[in-house]
Ligand binder design. Structure first.
Ligand code: NFE
Ligand code: MG
Length: 516
């Protein structure tokens, strides 16, 4: 008899994700009985309605409103809206304007990637109670040890905020990192909080404030790139670059060496989509070019081939529409529905988006890509081939690796800022027009589609990275990418399904974004 396993909500992420899996008993590799997932369903548990509340508003307000879709990745939402407006207004950002927008996005991406690994992912692999056994002198770890030990001495008091987390004593927790690795990762957990503060400060240098920037506008940015601001950004970028290269990437590699079987878990379809997105000015190679990988083969991006299915979503809208005429009609009682996410498909296929998609699409591209040699070096260090990048560990290593790559690009973008040049390009508003903006958010390909009529928003649709990754089944019954990645996964102990959490979190889901 299949066993139903319900994880709701999945903790440590933004918003409400529920995952239901059906598993059957199998002989486990350790000789004990285990459970193998035969099917999984991802459910977005809330409706937000940004696409409908934008209708009838001034399009210039859109980049402010859409940033409120998320506190983790507000900048890509703002920029997708700005790209869509720029297309509608027929304006191209000034060179400074584009660089400033990309530098603000870079700050936001560092913040999000560091958050994902240390705050969301590490607790899946490390039993924090192990820190009570720490005998070294590291001040951060000694502080953490005192805090955890105090909580444990009070019977978990003060730690109740983490009911499902390894901060509570679980001597029987399966498959956890050895103490030495645990000490190392938890020591950096605290440093990561400081790095995230720096990354948000970087965003605020040109973004005027974070998390929701007030300075990004169609045509560029309202903050001028003064020498002082450039210096302020650069000093923080240096520290982030050093942290990513000397701490985060080595930590991810150390984790990979301790849990090598996760190169083969959470694999899924392997179809990858990348919008490119980083296009500062017109000079110099950019971090990622757009494209797709389908059945292992690269192909150019065709944004007309995107459609959203709603057969299994709580929407009564027509299914299979391109987002330029997509609809958002909520139908919470729809019998076939099981999620508030739509199911975006590319040429009818479920596609994975995110750091692994950005890297694999560019790695497989026939065009020259400056990152290819560095990916080869990384793969050599890891002792795996590029096909392994579609896995739990592939997603984690790609995230840290691309943060390093991005830091190098951001440093060059800073060099190209002209303190005497205009930070934005002027433009004329239009009564009627349409456009779309494709960017790369930390979690992957993000698109906003806009139509303006009579000077106000007539139509607005967002297709968001987590909507791609955590989508429900489409009209043809094909599971979404995360649903597929969970199929066949073995769970050693259904009371402690750590494997499921590790696969889910490798996609870095953000449900606040996904349901928008
Ligand atoms: Ni709310 Fe977002 C998603 C990212 S879209 S975190 O999914 O990254 O900009
Ligand atoms: Mg949408």
């Amino acid at each position: 008899m299949p066993t139903r396993l319900e994880l709701s909500p999945v903790t440590r992420i933004e918003g409400h994700l529920a995952v239901t899996t059906d598993a059957e008993a199998v002989a486990g590799s350790s000789g004990r009985p285990a459970y193998k997932i035969v099917r999984a369903r991802c459910r977005g548990e809330m409706y937000r309605g940004f696409e409908t509340l934008l209708r009838g508003r001034d399009p210039l307000d859109a980049q402010q409103i859409v940033q409120r879709i998320c506190g983790v990745c507000p900048i890509p939402h703002g920029l997708a809206s700005i790209r869509a407006q720029e297309m509608a207004y027929g304006v191209k950002p000034s060179p400074n304007g584009r660089l400033l927008q990309d530098l603000i996005l870079a700050g936001n991406t560092f913040q999000s990637h560091i958050l994902h690994f240390y705050q969301f992912c590490v607790p899946d692999f490390v039993d924090a109670a192990a820190v009570t056994k720490y005998a070294g002198q590291d001040r951060a770890l000694v502080g953490l040890k005192t805090w955890v030990a105090g909580g444990l001495a009070r019977g978990g008091k003060g730690l109740e905020a983490y009911p499902a987390s390894p901060l509570l004593p679980h001597d029987d927790l399966p498959d956890r990192a050895e103490p030495e690795l645990a000490f190392r990762l938890f020591g950096h957990y605290l440093e990561a909080l400081e790095m995230r503060r720096l990354a948000d400060e970087m965003g605020a240098v040109f973004g005027a404030r974070m998390p929701h920037s007030t300075s990004i506008v169609p045509g560029g940015c309202t903050q001028t790139p003064t020498e002082e601001r450039i210096g302020s950004y650069r000093s923080r970028l240096r520290r982030i670059a050093e942290f990513v290269e000397r701490t985060m990437l080595p930590d991810v590699i150390a984790l990979a060496r301790s849990f090598p079987r996760y190169w083969d878990l959470g694999v899924g379809y392997g179809n990858m989509l990348c919008y490119g997105g980083w296009e500062s000015g017109d000079a110099g190679p950019q971090p990622f070019a757009p494209g797709a990988v389908v059945a292992g083969k690269w192909e150019p991006l065709d944004s007309e081939a995107i459609a959203e299915h709603v057969g299994f979503s709580w929407f009564s809208s027509s299914s299979g529409l391109h987002p330029s005429h997509g609809e958002t009609k909520a139908d919470p009682k729809k019998a076939s529905g099981y999620s508030w996410l739509k199911a975006p498909r590319y040429k009818g296929l479920p596609m994975e988006v995110g750091p692994a998609a950005r890297i694999l699409v560019n790695y497989r591209s026939p065009h020259p890509w400056p990152g290819r040699k560095e990916v080869d070096d990384l793969l050599r260090r890891l002792g795996v081939g590029p096909e392994k990048l579609v896995s739990v560990l592939g997603r984690l290593t790609c995230r840290a690796f691309e943060a390093m790559l991005l830091a190098k690009h951001a440093s060059k973008w800073l060099d190209r800022l002209d303190p005497n040049g205009p930070p934005a390009q002027d433009f004329d508003r239009v009564k009627n027009g349409a456009g779309f903006g494709l960017v790369e958010a930390p979690r992957g390909a993000l698109g906003h589609w806009l139509a303006i009529e009579g000077g106000t928003v007539k139509h607005y649709q967002c297709v968001v990275p987590t909507t791609w990754n955590c989508s429900p089944r489409d009209d043809a019954g094909q599971p979404g990418p995360l649903e597929k990645a969970l199929e066949g996964l073995e769970v050693a102990d259904p009371e402690q399904p750590v494997e499921v959490g590790r696969v889910i979190r490798s996609f870095d889901p953000c449900l606040a974004c996904a349901v928008h």
